[in-house]
Design a protein around this ligand. Structure first.
Ligand SMILES: *Cc1c(COP(=O)(O)O)cnc(C)c1O
Length: 357
């Protein structure tokens, strides 16, 4: 399918941010977006890249009532020689197709998705920042647009991609975070949609996050919904523990999100000879490993930060210091290796990088 491109009139082009240290996350968007419609008669149609505009939705559009809304999160990186790279974009495309399947939405055509990504990022190339650790964040989204009430799957969808420059996650260096174990609230239950980037999961997580934040913690560590015992993930990231010589992460049980960064960490660490285990780990096991000195490092993984060291854990009224509260050596090595692969500064042994310019 042809993607029709309409460029913004130069006089309406937005001013690009001058100070890359002030980019932050998720506040600045570029001039154009990709949008395509789906209905049963025409399939995917009207694919276009055009000036970003507000969407006009009937108040009875189904996404506004029953939560058929899914998204993805990925980035484009500018290398030192001005090459532009995506990182494992096929994984995000596959994951969004799986999310669509699970929420009875129409999976987006994979080839059109990839073409739209490349075209839009190239058109907005000048928006990709240059500073270390900065990137262009990419947010593919799909919403149900049939105009009807009554719970059923929509017959119409809108798929769009917006992009915007984001700053380095660690502008002041790589510091450990404090996390809060939520016992009262859970993120997702077995048989639910916790393994999809479905909008409702994030609304459901806000209450516990607010509680954590009131207590002075940056993220919630989620336990399993059934026994409130096994570690699931942290905030919107997956989680890893270095216990003795093992690197342990919870298995993809269906209630955690299968992170692209999680998979990259597992494969990279495995290739270095680290013994990587995907197995259930209870909060008690973690704290007793911490007590007896075998818990050496804890870190979260996700597209936003790559890896994010955990320095303290709050559980049942007590705060536990992990290791010595400093960033561990494996955490540091994984961070630096993945970053260098993403920015084209290092060999890419797994073929993860996609050079688009
Ligand atoms: C997006 C997300 C992750 C991380 O996935 P990546 O593909 O590594 O960015 C982990 N957990 C949740 C709940 C998420 O939404």
């Amino acid at each position: 399918m042809e993607i029709k491109t309409t460029q913004v009139d130069p006089q309406y082009m937005k001013a690009k941010p001058q100070d890359e240290s002030q980019l932050g996350f998720g506040h600045i968007f570029t001039d154009h977006f990709f949008i395509v419609e789906y209905d049963a008669e025409e399939g995917w149609h009207n694919a276009s890249i055009e000036p970003v505009r507000p969407l006009s939705l009937d108040p009875a559009s189904m996404c506004l009532h029953y939560g058929q809304e899914i998204f993805e999160g990925m980035k484009a990186y500018r290398g030192g020689d001005d090459s532009i790279y995506l990182f494992r974009p096929e994984e995000n495309i596959k994951r969004m197709r799986r999310s669509a399947e699970r929420l009875c939405m129409m999976p987006m055509d994979g080839d059109l998705f990839m073409e739209a990504l490349k075209k839009l990022v190239l058109l907005e190339k000048d928006w990709i920042p240059r500073g270390a650790g900065t990137s262009l964040y990419i947010r593919p989204t799909m919403i149900a647009t049939e105009v009807a009430l009554g719970v059923h799957s929509s017959s119409r969808y809108l798929f769009f991609i917006i992009v915007g420059p984001v700053g380095a996650y660690y502008p002041e260096g790589f510091g450990p975070t404090k996390i809060y174990v939520s016992e009262e609230y859970t993120r997702s239950a077995p048989g639910g949609v916790g393994d999809c980037k479905a909008a409702g999961n994030y609304a459901a997580s806000l209450y516990a996050s607010r509680e954590a934040s009131k207590m002075g913690y940056t993220q919630v560590l989620w336990l399993d919904a059934k026994e409130r015992k096994y570690i699931e993930e942290v905030g919107t990231s997956n989680i890893f523990f270095v216990v003795g010589d093992d690197l342990i992460t919870p298995p993809l049980s269906g209630s955690i999100l299968p992170g692209v960064t999680r998979d990259s960490v597992i494969r990279l660490a495995g290739s270095w000879g680290v013994n990587v285990l995907e197995k259930q780990l209870s909060i008690d096991e973690v704290l007793s490993a911490n007590e007896n000195g075998t818990l050496r490092e804890v870190f979260a993984s996700g597209t936003a930060a790559i890896v994010s060291p955990v320095g303290q854990i709050y559980y049942r009224g007590k705060e536990y210091m992990i290791g010595n509260g400093r960033t561990g050596s494996l955490t540091e090595r994984l961070y630096s290796e993945i970053l260098q692969i993403q920015y084209g500064e290092k060999e890419d042994p797994f073929g993860w990088r996609v050079k688009i310019s």
